[in-house]
Design a protein around this ligand. Structure first.
Ligand SMILES: NC(=O)c1ccc[n+]([C@@H]2O[C@H](COP(=O)([O-])OP(=O)(O)OC[C@H]3O[C@@H](n4cnc5c(N)ncnc54)[C@H](OP(=O)(O)O)[C@@H]3O)[C@@H](O)[C@H]2O)c1
Length: 296
């Protein structure tokens, strides 16, 4: 298959490039070569590459900043997927769009999980814009896959476990306060890339939830990661109200991969097992990078 990846420098984009590149003809793009908000650039690139599948890994992911930078968040998360959808319809390519657990309001008491049948109700501008992207894809082309994922971490880019590592290495005795009352599922971008490969190769279509199995709080995630790396730290659980943010975050976004399981396509596994594999595979490099960052 010929696969085009947009937003290829991000954490999922890089892993998709590697995982899919091992079996398919992958061409990866990021800014400035293909800006997905510019229809002419998107159209020209698709005409040139003639891909069978386009995977959109690009997004505006800064949840708090999106409250202020509404226009750019909307352009990238809600409108650009429509631009890609129109180009895919014209060229006959299938579009894979990534979306988020934050489309739900999180009112369901944990460990209740949301399935694809549940009605979205976004709380933040980021979540609204991502839901707008889902609609744009559904309306803009016929051959699409939307995967809602959550709490992504990977080898590349910025993510929560890396931030925790940085804070612990900066001063192991300084308390790190982490919210212990939001529930969701940390998902390894490498494993998600493998899931995307399975879904594409199966020729699946439609909306799917795609997160690791089980659930955690942000505190659980930080504790599990730092323990796996054996990095000394002083984590302290705190409440949501102790850590005010500009964007409202849903309290429970545990997702059930109901449709992937029904189709026999789910390869996502327990979040702890993946986090431990991630720590074992990249721990030394992550610690070295974090230490180098502290010296700057
Ligand atoms: N991160 C999470 O926790 C999380 C949770 C749920 C869902 N998701 C979704 O999963 C997908 C992948 O997320 P991620 O964490 O891998 O994202 P990421 O690391 O933030 O990467 C996004 C990429 O998009 C690029 N980009 C920005 N504007 C662009 C434009 N106009 N045209 C083309 N590329 C552009 C960025 O380039 P620059 O670096 O140059 O800006 C970056 O390489 C996204 O759809 C995201 O919404 C993520």
């Amino acid at each position: 298959m010929k696969i085009l990846i947009a937003g290829a420098r991000g954490q999922l984009g890089r892993d998709c490039t590697q995982v899919l590149g091992a079996a398919h003809a992958v061409t990866s793009f990021d800014l400035p070569d293909m800006d997905i908000t510019v229809p002419e650039q998107v159209r020209r690139t698709l005409e040139q590459i003639r891909p069978d599948v386009v995977i959109n890994c690009a997004a505006y992911n800064r949840v708090d900043d999106a409250e202020e930078h509404r226009e750019i968040a909307w352009r990238l998360n809600a409108e650009a997927p429509g631009v890609l959808a129109a180009a895919c319809r014209k060229s006959g390519a299938r579009l894979v769009q990534l979306s988020t657990d934050y489309v739900f309001d999180g009112q369901r008491p944990p460990p209740g999980a949301y399935t694809e049948e549940d009605e979205p109700h976004p709380l933040s501008w980021y979540a609204q814009s991502k839901l707008g992207g889902e609609s744009a894809v559904q309306q803009g082309c016929d051959d699409w896959i939307i995967l809602r994922t959550a709490w992504l971490y990977g080898r590349h880019g910025v993510n929560f476990p890396k931030t925790m590592l940085h804070l612990a290495l900066r001063d192991p005795n300084r308390p790190i306060r982490v919210v212990n009352e939001h529930y969701g599922t940390p998902t390894w971008s490498w494993r998600l890339a493998e899931q995307i490969k399975v879904v594409i190769e199966a020729g699946a279509q439609g909306l799917f939830h795609a997160t690791a199995e089980g659930y955690a709080t942000w505190f659980d995630l930080a504790a599990c990661f730092l323990a796996a790396l054996r990095v000394p730290h002083r984590l302290e659980p705190c409440r949501d109200v102790d850590y005010p943010t500009r964007a409202v975050r849903p309290a429970n976004t545990i997702l059930e991969n109901a449709r992937l399981k029904k189709a026999g396509l789910n390869i996502l596994r327990d979040w702890r097992a993946d986090l431990e594999e991630y720590a074992a595979r990249y721990g030394t490099a992550l610690i070295a990078e974090a230490r180098a960052g502290l010296q700057k």
